[in-house]
Design a protein around this ligand. Structure first.
Ligand code: ZN
Length: 308
């Protein structure tokens, strides 16, 4: 069955080891792929997710040792939220205190408790306590399975105005308007994981500046190449947007476009997934390179910072 929703979210980060330690140990995600940025192979591309890195659970980073900090502003993803069981919000609050992770008091949004925190680069994250949390498919680090993150809840995009972005979400990406809360509109796709996008219209406000702690793009799901092609056609013909050619990202195939609110969107296929070049048991341990970079492995390994 073809599902709509968020496929992955990609952000910039500071040092790779610090990024790995935070996401695998503190948050308990699984490092499901250690590869390089195919467009800049001297840089890691790290993927975190559930046991197998299913669409809707994947947060990825381009880490740079000396990354300048970014600034969140209009035309950017303001917050990336994960799902946890509602009963686990208290446990997570204690954990963030114990780990010295900057966070806010529990607030409420759209009826759910929200625990907002920042990663070591200042990336704005949230844990949303949901009533109907899925069974956990990965408990990593010190996080027991009952409290484990269950993939994405959704993202919040900061926009000057939300109408044109809303039209893309509902007309092309498979979402429908689900709720309003102040100046925020929430769209839902029906997917359990990565099923929400919230648009927050703030009018004239500083633009975002890319850098450590900021999100580079949000990718949405397409079941396969045919579904992706139909979505590209709608973006071009109905919405007048420019869309890139398909790029092979080894674990999915992608097209990219700048949505009308300024946020970089991607549409990524569900297939083939992260087990195409290593078994699920050992995902993320070895540095994996796509065939076109394998001949350069020695030079690439030479320039990449060492990580454990
Ligand atoms: Zn991507």
């Amino acid at each position: 069955m073809s599902e709509h929703g968020i496929h992955h979210v990609t952000a910039y980060a500071g040092p790779a080891q610090r990024n790995i330690d935070f996401y695998t140990q503190v948050l308990g995600l699984r490092l499901v792929k250690k590869t390089v940025n195919f467009d800049d192979p001297g840089t890691y591309h790290l993927y975190y997710g559930d046991e197998s890195g299913r669409p809707g659970t994947i947060l990825t980073f381009f880490p740079f040792d000396h990354a300048a900090p970014g600034r969140v502003g209009v035309g950017e993803t303001q917050e990336t939220a994960f799902r946890v069981p509602r009963a686990s919000i208290g446990w997570w609050t204690h954990r963030l205190v114990a780990k010295g992770v900057p966070h806010e008091a529990v607030a409420h949004a759209f009826g759910d408790p929200v625990l907002r925190l920042r990663d070591p680069d200042g990336t704005m994250l949230a844990l949303v306590g949901v009533e109907d949390a899925e069974e956990s498919t990965h408990a990593g680090g010190e996080v027991p399975p009952e409290h484990a993150i269950r993939g994405f809840h959704g993202v919040t995009l900061l926009l000057g105005a939300s109408e044109k972005t809303a039209a893309i979400l509902t007309g092309v990406l498979g979402f429908h308007e689900a709720a309003r809360d102040g100046s925020s509109i929430r769209f839902a796709s029906g997917a359990a994981q990565g099923g929400f996008v919230t648009l927050k219209a703030v009018g004239g406000f500083l633009s975002g500046r890319p850098g450590a702690g900021s999100v580079h793009h949000v990718a949405f799901r397409a079941a396969d190449d045919a579904a992706q092609e139909a979505m590209a056609k709608a973006l071009v013909e109905t919405h007048g947007l420019a869309v890139t050619e398909q790029r092979d990202r080894q674990y999915f195939r992608s097209i990219y476009f700048r949505e009308p609110g300024g946020v970089l969107f991607e549409i990524a296929t569900d297939e083939p997934g992260f087990t195409i070049d290593e078994p699920v048991e050992t995902l993320g341990r070895a540095l994996k390179l796509p065939p076109f970079l394998e001949a350069h492995r020695a030079q690439i390994e030479d320039v990449l910072p060492k990580v454990a």
